[in-house]
Design a binder for this molecule. Structure first.
Ligand code: ACO
Length: 428
């Protein structure tokens, strides 16, 4: 019997089946041969939330959650956060290799020259209520982009795909910044293509009457590092949405609007917003023990803690903690930091959190930096969606080029009624 197989004995029939193992995985489709009667549908697996199901093969991001490893295309996140820039990392994620000087210059040029939005999109944004959540605006405008670039539906055309990719990476900071200015009742600021990716974003957010906006280099770099950390994270909820929607061969704008919608939830990219709300609600270090007790009793969660994959300190959280110190040296310490540190201190010693392997995730400290940089909490998920754009797009292209993939369509276990007759209204 070949070693790289799994033997399964069906005790209902006494039959044994042999299924190949590849990459430590068996194909769920191989289980379909396991039947009691020839007319049976065949065996399936039941895996709500895909806890133990690989939905694709990918060469982009590697995570070992037990030891806290994150690598993009093999390169540790710590090295990228220290040495790279967001646009260089975006190139790496997208193409699989670090760019040489010319490649980076060309990539930067392409992205920088697609930053402007069609004026009608600006008018669309102006139509939102003054207090519209910026993430709602972001999702809507990303979806609306598909109506401006109808050729994007040619998803099998590599040149067209590339064009939409440049556009999306370039335009998301502009959409984000317009939503921010809208909330403040401030005039929208057009992109400044002389600035870096994050410098330009800061300019579109903060510029007032000055002729030329100059970003603070510490803030610009801090945002760049945060963007590197958020650029991809393999098959998370938002990326899974991108792939599921993309599998119907819809255009990338529509698929990405769905991915951003998934990201918006408080258990995912909305968690950084929830962390700040939680810290504000706790209000003081002296209230931390009581809050922890409430969490342990099931009265809410410690937001920014826990992760489906990391059962160790999220490596991104470590880097963010260091970046926070650099930002606070410029902006002054965020008073909520003291509460966050105390929460972390208590939680990391408490058996409830230790036994469940709950550690700070990327969102625990990112919100504190965003707040120190002057961003309102509603804007935090948008700051997550901007850099994740490249991850979504790289995963989408991988999906389109993967001959194993088909339209995403899970099975269900039907537990409802058997066939029964319609009952007339007067007989119910
Ligand atoms: N606070 C308190 N208890 C928690 C927390 C938390 N933050 N997270 C998990 N638990 C507990 C659960 O109650 C459960 O306990 P039980 O076994 O006694 O029922 C156990 O730990 C396992 O939790 P699950 O919900 O099964 O873990 P899952 O992998 O489904 O959830 C998730 C992961 C959603 C991230 C969860 O840890 C959570 O809700 N965290 C808070 C929200 C958050 O910070 N999200 C950001 C994630 S990072 C990102 O998306 C960028």
């Amino acid at each position: 019997m070949p070693a790289n197989t799994l033997s399964i004995t069906d005790n209902r029939t006494g039959k044994t089946y042999e299924v190949p193992i590849e990459n430590e995985t068996i194909k769920a489709g191989d289980l379909r041969q396991i039947k009691v009667n020839p007319t049976d549908f065949g065996m399936m697996t039941y895996d709500p939330a895909f806890m133990n199901t690989a939905s694709c093969k990918s060469a982009i991001t590697y995570i070992d959650g037990d030891v806290g490893i994150l690598r993009y295309r093999g390169i540790p996140i710590e090295q990228l956060a220290e040495k790279s820039t967001y646009l260089e990392t975006a190139y790496l994620i997208f193409y699989g290799e670090l760019p040489n000087k010319e490649q980076l210059a060309k990539w930067t040029y392409e992205i920088t020259h697609h930053t402007f939005l069609h004026e009608n999109l600006k008018h669309l944004m102006e139509a939102f209520r003054y207090d519209a959540h910026p993430m709602g605006m972001f999702i809507s405008v990303v979806a609306a982009l598909s109506t401006f670039y109808p050729e994007a539906r040619n998803v099998k055309d590599a040149d067209s795909r590339m064009k939409q990719i440049h556009r999306l990476i370039a335009k998301v900071p502009t959409i984000a910044a317009f939503s921010y200015r809208h909330n403040r009742g401030l005039p929208y600021v057009y992109p400044d293509n002389d600035l870096s990716y994050t410098g330009n974003l800061l300019g579109m957010l903060d510029k007032m009457s000055e002729a030329k906006y100059q970003p603070n280099p510490v803030k610009e770099r801090a945002l760049d590092v945060l963007f590197i950390l958020h650029a991809d994270h393999e098959q998370n909820c938002g990326t899974n949405a991108m792939r599921a929607i993309g599998s119907s061969m819809t255009d990338p704008y529509t698929a990405m609007a769905g991915a951003a919608a998934a990201l918006y939830g408080p258990l995912h990219g909305g968690a950084n917003e929830e962390v700040l709300r939680m810290l504000n609600a706790i209000g003081s270090v002296k209230n931390v023990p009581g809050f922890i007790e409430d969490v342990k009793k099931g009265k809410g969660r410690l937001m920014g803690f826990g992760h489906r994959v990391y059962k160790n300190y999220d490596p991104r959280a470590k880097i963010i903690k260091k970046t926070a110190d650099e930002v606070f040296a410029v902006t002054g310490v965020n008073p909520l930091l003291e509460i966050a540190l105390e929460l972390e201190h208590i939680a990391l010693q408490d058996d409830y959190f230790v036994s469940r392997k709950l550690y700070p995730n990327v969102d625990f400290y990112s919100g504190l930096i965003y707040e120190a940089l002057g961003f309102p909490v509603e804007f935090f998920p948008v700051l997550f969606a901007i850099p994740r754009t490249v991850g979504w797009l790289a995963q989408w292209v991988e999906l389109i080029n993967d001959s194993d993939q088909k339209i995403a369509r899970p099975r269900q276990i039907y537990l409802g009624y058997d066939e029964r007759d319609y009952v007339e209204m007067d007989k119910r």
